[in-house]
Design a protein around this ligand. Structure first.
Ligand code: AP5
Length: 214
């Protein structure tokens, strides 16, 4: 089963993708994670990507479609793929459809995670991530343990993302509404769309996603 998690920054896409990986053996393809890896590569492309991401704008379709193509053509996901943060434009959605068709695969479900803007700002400005394993924390709802060690891997290196500030977040939200939210109508028209309330607790959202995938 191949699915897309669609939603604005902070909707909980990464959090739910990690649960699906653990529970269903699916493979998470996060273009955000791939681009964060590219920005540390020291290449010219990495520097361009870093500037664009820090401003909160979208990286070019050409770059992200190339990254996804590379993963899909070299990988093998028996449990299926979770597309997290991809596609984000209509061009990316068309490219994903073509790529899956080329590989004889299908897109089985698109989960739209709805969260209001106020909650997004609160969530994002309170987020931190384990630098070793990527486990996501939140100062309000899932604080870093008192012993300062990650619950998943025991590491003590927690990071805040450079684009998790109010200025970048405003641009990221604008990019979502202008360039990504048209995908809701696109996938609704294709008959693939299911919507969940992303404002519920992490476990309740996970249960809604499971129900949507039945
Ligand atoms: P990306 O890394 O994809 O970031 P994003 O879409 O902005 O989403 P986030 O990772 O910020 O949020 P999330 O929905 O995963 O929420 P999370 O689970 O962490 O993209 C970053 C940048 O890369 C883009 O701005 C762009 O520049 C570039 N890029 C990436 N893909 C691209 C593409 N396809 N095309 C072009 N450019 C691209 O949760 C957030 C917080 O809330 C956490 O602290 C978490 O603990 C908490 N939380 C989660 N769920 C709940 C809940 N139910 N209740 C309470 N708290 C919760």
């Amino acid at each position: 089963m191949n699915i897309i998690l669609l939603g604005p920054p902070g909707a909980g896409k990464g959090t739910q993708a990690r649960k699906l990986v653990e529970e269903r053996g699916m493979v998470q393809l996060s273009t955000g994670d791939m681009l964060r890896a590219a920005r540390t590569s020291g290449t010219q492309m990495g520097k361009v990507v870093a500037d664009v991401m820090d401003r909160g704008e979208l990286v070019t379709d050409e770059i992200v479609i190339g990254l996804i193509r590379e993963q899909l053509t070299s990988g093998n996901a028996a449990g299926g793929y979770i597309f997290d943060g991809f596609p984000r434009t209509l061009a990316q959605a068309d490219a994903l459809g073509d790529l899956l068709a080329e590989l004889g695969e299908t897109l089985d479900c698109v989960i739209e995670m709805q969260v209001d803007d106020e909650a997004l700002v609160t969530r994002i400005t309170a987020r931190s991530t384990c630098g070793a394993c990527g486990e996501v924390y939140n100062d309000n709802t899932k604080p870093i343990p008192a012993d300062g060690k990650c619950i998943k891997c025991g590491a003590s290196d927690f990071q805040r993302r450079a684009d998790d500030n109010e200025d970048s977040l405003r641009t990221r939200l604008m990019a979502y509404y202008k360039q990504t939210s048209p995908l809701v109508g696109y996938y609704y028209a294709k008959g693939d769309l299911k919507t969940v309330d992303g404002l519920a607790s992490v476990d309740e959202v996970a249960a809604s996603i499971s129900a949507a995938l039945k």
